[in-house]
Structure formats: structure tokens, C-alpha cells
Design a protein around this ligand. Structure first.
Ligand SMILES: Nc1nc2c(ncn2[C@@H]2O[C@H](COP(=O)(O)OP(=O)(O)O)[C@@H](O)[C@H]2O)c(=O)[nH]1
Ligand SMILES: [Mg+2]
Length: 455
């Protein structure tokens, strides 16, 4: 398995996803500059089933492509369309004449893929040639359209199928109880929750504990009455039941993020917590950043003192109006964490308050258009792909737990643990370095956020 970096920016991807008939995700299958500019290589990635997007990056800066909803050789793909994307917007060219919509010739030697008159990819001198009428005919002159790269993506459904049954809840719960990190030097998985005051960090911890105990817990640390109520670093082990054995999951709550560097958790302190320098119970004080002189400072943190997954918690009711300052804070922290090769996800809370269907039953969370928009925005705000956004409804006013709410919470936990297992090397043997100040990068696969895994 090799990793190929997509040329499509997150912003362009967001624009493109809006054109698709239902919530979707893109998976990079082919990239000319990596696989070679051969039509038959591109063609071999397109199987019978499935939907695909082809994108051409021209030297002129133009980005054009086409969407295929059927990969058959016939030309009648009524849902196909061509498009053009730039940073601000995307233009959609639907099929006007069925008979000319798409044409796909399978011949290996001179394969051709054509989206009406908008875009044509064909073989000449054994490599891919591209034609796009408006790029060729520029200011009265016919030019040779030169391209930088060609990419092919599979369009997958963004709808995650969750097992909305009692058994489903039972098996997700069992997974958490029996979870052991794949990396043997990890005793437990420490997950840090970061987000503005009132986003639902403490409620999430309380909700996950409620799921495990089978009843909604009423703990004093929740509520917005006092802004940024939690000022200390506090870790909560998640037990399998009241008085039961702890699971391998620890959720860590910290001071809320503010609108800038001056209020709330600072970047320096966030990184000190993530790298394991900050002691449990550390009292955050903006004017006194965590440093060697801080009481309890761990100069040589072990892998088990570090954070293994960073979770950005955002409120779905407020995500559309996220301030520029908060966006900048989130993106800065995200970029710093990406450099540490620690997995990151976004937890989108309050999903019950933005869509009636979801309020009735959270099982509609992945089919709700409104939520899809909020998830996309949450991804954009933090600077992560939309597939990293996990919607949840926390227990807030209810008196007892409910099956589907539990399932959504447990599936978010499942994703987080999966991300940790995917990132940390499997069966990484314990070494003396684990107890020394070795940089954490030695323990991780390289997994920047804009990287798509090619399979
Ligand atoms: N309806 C609803 N309310 C929530 C949700 N998550 C949190 N809350 C409420 O939002 C408020 C702030 O939550 P809290 O956990 O204290 O936020 P924190 O500051 O991030 O720790 C509390 O009144 C919670 O009951 C949710 O998913 N849905
Ligand atoms: Mg809190």
C-alpha cells in the first residue's frame, strides 16, 4: 500500500461534494504523476460497479473534471456531468443530450473518456491527452492544452451504516470493554477533548460513562453557567460498569479554547498536554505557560503520558457562525498536531438541536441534509476531511439512556480507537525509549491530514 497525496484541496473537495446527489466521500484511486499517464492504467481502476470522478489540473490553473455515475461503455449516463472548480466556486455542466453524454471506449490502445464537448481524455503517443474546448481556444488562438496531473476518485457513500439495534449496541459496548491497543507499549488510550466553552466536552465524558453504566449520570461538572468551568487537566477513566474494571479508554478534559491566544487554552499548553509534559490536575493559567518550572512537570514523559488522539469538540448549533479567531485557533492547533502524527477527529455535538428528524431519532443523523452541511462546515473549520467528523448527541436533559443515542456515542468512540490503532504501529514492541524523552514520531505512521490512502 502506497500513499499518494491528492492535488484536490479540501476547499475544492467541499465544493465538488456539493454537486453530488447524496452525501459522499472521495477516495483517490489513480494519480497520473504517480501511476503514469496511461489511459489503460486509469481505465483499470474503473470497475463495473461504482461512481467515479476524473479531475484534470491544467497548467493554466484551470481544474476541470467529470462525474460518472455508471462505468459501463454506453454513453447514456444521464447523471453524469462535467464541472470546473476554483477556490471560490464550482460550475456544473449537466447532460443536455443523452446520446452525447459520456463516451467510454475500453480499447486499451486508444481508450477514450469523453464528457460531452466539455472534456475529453484520449490516448496519443501512448500517453493521456486532454482536450477542453475553452482552454484550447483562448483569446482567438488555438492552444495545446497542457495539464499537470490527472486524478481519478471513487465516490463512496458518506452514510455510515450503524447497527441500530439492541444487539448492535451490545456489540459496540463489548468492543469497548474488550479493547486493547494494537500497539503493545500503550497501556491505555488517552484522548484529549478540546473545544470552546459549552461545546459539550464534559457532557461527552458524562454521556460515555452513562452509556457504560446504563443510566444517565448527574455529575456536577457540566454546564455553561461558569464559562470554562474546567480549568484543570482532568482525566476520566471509562469503566465498563459502576465499580467495574476500567476500559482501555481515558478521556481528558481541559480548559476550553478561547477566541484567540489570550483567552482559554493556549497552543503552548495544548501541546504540553499532548506531549505528556503537563501533570494531571494542572491548573491552567494563561499568563503562566507550562514549562520546566511548572510544579509536577514531566521532563521525560513516556508514551503512556502522552495524548494518543486529539478530538475537537464543536457545537452543531454554532458551527456555521464560528468566528475567524476561533477558526484560526483550531487550524493552528490542528496543523501543529498533524506535525506530531497524532490522529485527530472532530466531534460534532448538539446534533439533536439542528434537525427535527434527528431530534426524534438520532438514527437519521447520516441521512439529514442539514447535518451533512454542518459536518462539512465543521471539517472546514478545523481543516480536516469530512470523514473525520463524528456526530453525537450527548445526554443533557434526559433521565434514562436510549439505544440509538448510545449507539452513536459508542460508534464515535469506536472510530477514535480505530484511528489510534491505525496510526500507532501494530505490535510496536516496548523499548526503553518509551520511558525516555524520545520524540513521539518514532511511534507513528506518517499520516498528515491531507493524505489519502491509495488502495
Ligand atoms: N441538546 C444537547 N445539549 C447538549 C449536548 N451536549 C452538551 N449539551 C448541553 O450544553 C451545555 C454545555 O455542555 P458542557 O458539557 O458543559 O460543555 P463544555 O464547556 O464543553 O464542557 C450543557 O448544558 C449540556 O447539557 C448535546 O449533544 N445536545
Ligand atoms: Mg466542561
Amino acid at each position: 500500500m502506497a500513499s499518494v497525496v491528492a492535488a484536490l484541496s479540501l476547499e475544492q473537495e467541499t465544493h465538488l461534494l456539493k454537486l453530488l446527489p447524496e452525501p459522499a466521500q472521495l477516495h483517490l484511486l489513480y494519480k497520473g504523476s504517480h501511476h503514469g499517464f496511461y489511459m489503460h492504467t486509469l481505465r483499470s481502476k474503473i470497475d463495473k460497479e461504482g461512481r467515479f470522478v476524473v479531475i484534470v489540473y491544467f497548467k493554466s490553473g484551470d481544474v476541470k473534471g467529470g462525474y460518472l455515475s455508471k462505468s459501463s461503455d454506453e454513453s447514456k449516463d444521464q447523471d453524469a456531468f462535467a464541472f470546473e472548480i476554483n477556490h471560490q466556486e464550482v460550475t456544473h455542466f449537466p447532460v443536455l443530450d443523452d446520446s452525447k453524454a459520456t463516451h467510454f471506449s475500453t480499447a486499451m490502445s486508444n481508450g477514450c473518456l469523453k464528457f460531452g464537448d466539455c472534456l475529453k481524455l484520449y490516448t496519443e503517443n501512448r500517453s493521456i491527452c486532454v482536450e477542453s474546448w475553452d482552454i484550447m481556444y483562448h483569446q482567438g488562438i488555438w492552444l495545446e492544452p497542457e495539464y499537470l496531473d490527472v486524478e481519478l476518485y471513487r465516490v463512496g457513500s458518506a452514510r455510515r451504516e450503524l447497527p441500530w439495534t439492541e444487539e448492535g449496541r451490545g456489540s459496540l459496548r463489548k468492543n469497548l470493554v474488550s479493547f486493547k491497543p494494537a500497539c503493545r507499549s500503550l497501556n491505555r488510550v488517552r484522548v484529549l477533548l478540546m473545544g470552546p466553552a459549552g461545546s459539550g466536552k464534559s457532557s461527552f465524558i458524562n454521556s460515555v460513562r452513562s452509556v457504560m453504566f446504563g443510566r444517565v449520570l448527574l455529575l456536577p461538572f457540566i454546564g455553561t453557567a461558569t464559562k470554562g468551568f474546567i480549568k484543570k487537566l482532568k482525566s476520566y477513566d471509562i469503566r465498563s460498569e459502576r465499580g467495574g474494571k476500567p476500559t482501555a479508554l481515558t478521556l481528558c478534559d481541559v480548559l476550553a479554547l478561547g477566541d484567540g491566544e489570550r483567552t482559554g487554552l493556549t497552543l503552548t499548553d495544548a501541546l504540553a498536554v499532548i506531549k505528556g509534559y503537563a501533570p494531571e490536575g494542572h491548573d491552567f493559567q494563561g499568563e503562566a505557560p507550562i514549562k520546566a518550572e511548572t510544579p509536577g512537570y514531566r521532563p521525560v514523559p513516556s508514551i503512556n503520558d502522552q495524548i494518543h488522539c486529539a478530538v475537537f469538540v464543536l457545537n452543531a448549533c454554532q458551527v456555521m457562525t464560528t468566528s475567524d479567531d476561533l477558526t484560526e485557533t483550531l487550524r493552528t492547533i490542528q496543523a501543529e498536531i498533524a506535525d506530531l502524527d497524532i490522529p485527530q477527529v472532530v466531534l460534532l455535538t448538539h446534533v439533536d438541536q439542528v434537525c427535527h428528524a434527528v431530534q426524534e431519532d438520532v438514527k437519521f443523523v447520516y441521512s439529514s441534509r442539514i447535518l451533512q452541511e454542518k459536518m462539512q462546515k465543521a471539517a472546514e473549520v478545523v481543516g480536516l476531511p469530512v470523514s473525520y467528523v463524528l456526530p453525537v448527541k450527548n445526554y443533557s436533559s434526559e433521565l434514562s439512556v436510549s439505544c440509538n443515542t448510545d449507539i452513536l456515542l459508542l460508534s464515535a468512540i469506536h472510530h477514535i480507537l480505530q484511528a489510534v490503532d491505525d496510526t500507532y504501529e501494530e505490535n510496536h514492541p516496548p523499548t526503553p525509549a518509551d520511558a525516555s524523552a524520545e520524540p513521539p514520531s518514532a511511534e507513528f505512521h506518517n499520516k498528515p491530514s491531507n493524505l489519502l490512502i491509495f488502495d
